[in-house]
Design a protein around this ligand. Sequence first.
Ligand code: G3P
Ligand code: CA
Length: 285
Amino acid sequence: MLVGHAGVIRTETAGAAGSSVGDRPRFLEVHAHRGGAGLAPENTLAAFRKALELGVDALEMDLHVTRDGVVVVIHDETLERTTDGRGDVGDLSFDAVKRSDAGGKFAPAFRGERVPALQEVIDLVRASGNGRVRLDLELKYHQDRPGKPEDFEGRVLDLLRQTGFAERVNVISFHHPSLAKVKALEPKIRTGLLAGGRTPPPDPVGLVRQFCADYYSPGFRHVTPEAVAALHRAGIPIVPWTVNEETEMRRQMALGIGTLAGDGIATDFPDRLIDLVNARLESRP
Ligand code: G3P
Ligand code: CA
């Protein structure tokens, strides 16, 4: 027996891959996209704190590396959109990145939030006492400078080994060779293959296998009953992103998301998804 979202008791066995219950979600992980970007400034400690309070299953976050080699949590290559700072994260020192405010653009009440180092997020999770939540670490590569940051995988792995968090993370990326590299360097790290773009890949199962990933994470518009069936037949869980409307959450579940252990949905509004999952669990006979 597990304590589920917001205290609801879940009776299914966790981690039993392959169980299917038709169109009723049996396993559905709630992934707080960018920490839950609809509820607090994205990729900040405030967002991660809130998501932990809600009881999410995973905190999704985006990683870059500063000029002086610190792995930091921010979506864009540059500071402008989410902070009051300027410049490319990869050209700035960690101290310089830290001087920018990462909360005020979301809402004045969040002024003072900073771009956190990955180490700070790990410290926050550890201090919370939550031994269950996973961290989805997205390795973001520089659009205009292929190969940057250098040895990204090695830097992140070093930190995960030092902190003992290697088995608490899902490393995810659109840069698929990076996933294969992570797996080769540290087989116990779980990886998720991100797929975006206008058209879905023709063979998601083949793609996941080619890059030795553990699950498939497509833009939600790419999810079809055929793709879900093929992936699930192959034992591959699916975590679509970024699903923010309740009607779309329900549609994804009707397509079969949540019928295989490891399936989940990444959302900016984890509170909505938790309510939905809890309502479904409570309405079971
Ligand atoms: O979880 C995958 C998703 O985060 C990819 O999109 O742009 O929000 O990083 P993006
Ligand atoms: Ca991301």
